[in-house]
Structures are given as C-alpha cells and as structure tokens.
Design a protein around this ligand. Sequence first.
Ligand code: MG
Length: 203
Amino acid sequence: AVVSSLEGGVPSDAIVLFDGTSLAAWESVNGGDAPWTLGDGAMHVVPKSGNIRTRQSFGDVQLHIEFRCPAVVEGKGQERGNSGIFLMGLYELQVMDSYDNPTYVNGQLGSIYRQYPPLVNPARPPGVWQKYDVVFIAPRFDASGAVVSPARFTVFLNGVLVQHDVKVKGPTHIRGEPQYRAHADKLPLELQEHDGDLVAYRN
Ligand code: MG
C-alpha cells in the first residue's frame, strides 16, 4: 500500500481524531458531547468537566498527539500540568509538566503510569507544545479470559525514545498490583481531566 506523508502534513492513511476545528470525534466519558473547549487549533481541559474519549474504538494503534502544560506554574509534583492519555481507556501514558519538577519516577511525563518510568526525561518547559509518538499493541485474551499477550508500548516523547516495547502489567492503578480483566478487542482512546489542570491537546 502506498501512503503519502508530506512534511507538516498527515499520513494519507491516518484517522484524524482532531483537526483543530471540531470536537465531533470525541464525547464525555459521562455521556454526551465532549465538554472541553476549542481554541487556537487545540482542545482545552475544562476543570471539573471530566475525561473525554473518542467515539471510535481502537486496538493496536500508532498514535501522534501533541500536548501543552500550563505556562503559569502552580503546585508541584503531580499537581503540575497533570493529564494522561489512556489507550483503550485503561492503560495510561502519563502527561504532566516534568520540566524541573521531581516526582516519583513512574509518575512523571513519559511514564506508563505506576509501571514504567521513562528511559530519559526530554520534557520541554511549561507552556511549550510537546509531542508523543506512540506504538501501542493491545492485549490479547483467550476464550477463558486469560492473557495470551499483554499490552505493549513503545513511546517517543519530543522525538526521544522513552519506552521501548514495555509489557504492561494490567490496567492503570494508583495503588496495588495491576490485574488484567478480559475486555473488547477495541475500545475508545481517553484523555484525562486531572484536578482541573489546564492541559491542551492538538494534532
Ligand atoms: Mg495523569
């Protein structure tokens, strides 16, 4: 198959989930339209509005996504520019402002939250757009619900490798050992609204 991918453009076989002009591909995880706002070609977290997810479901994906943490720094550690990208709504790739902002290693930007710290920290300063390029392989389950192969992530952050084919231990949990439960082959991609932190996404 021939795919055209011109500099500054979108690969011809990509599914565009956000083109800067519409939230139509997204909905609230609580039902109804996405409650975030549009502006400057980006979508912006609205405090207390909750997470949003794609209307479409996905399994294995290559994902490009850009994000920006607030230019005005408030709080520290996990309170600074926190959000997250949940593949299949279950497996969190952490988004937070990790520029000169220590926190627990597997909770910083580029981590598979609470499971794998990033290999390095290529975070850009607050208020600057950053980008993730992600290869996610969905987990496989057999008919009894047992895991045949775990979910896997390879992640580039700002063009730098931060996760290389790590095997996810189960859905993201804040505490305790993650545990797989069999789920559908495809599920929506979800973006986190974390304590009202004013993170924006685009492209
Ligand atoms: Mg988060």
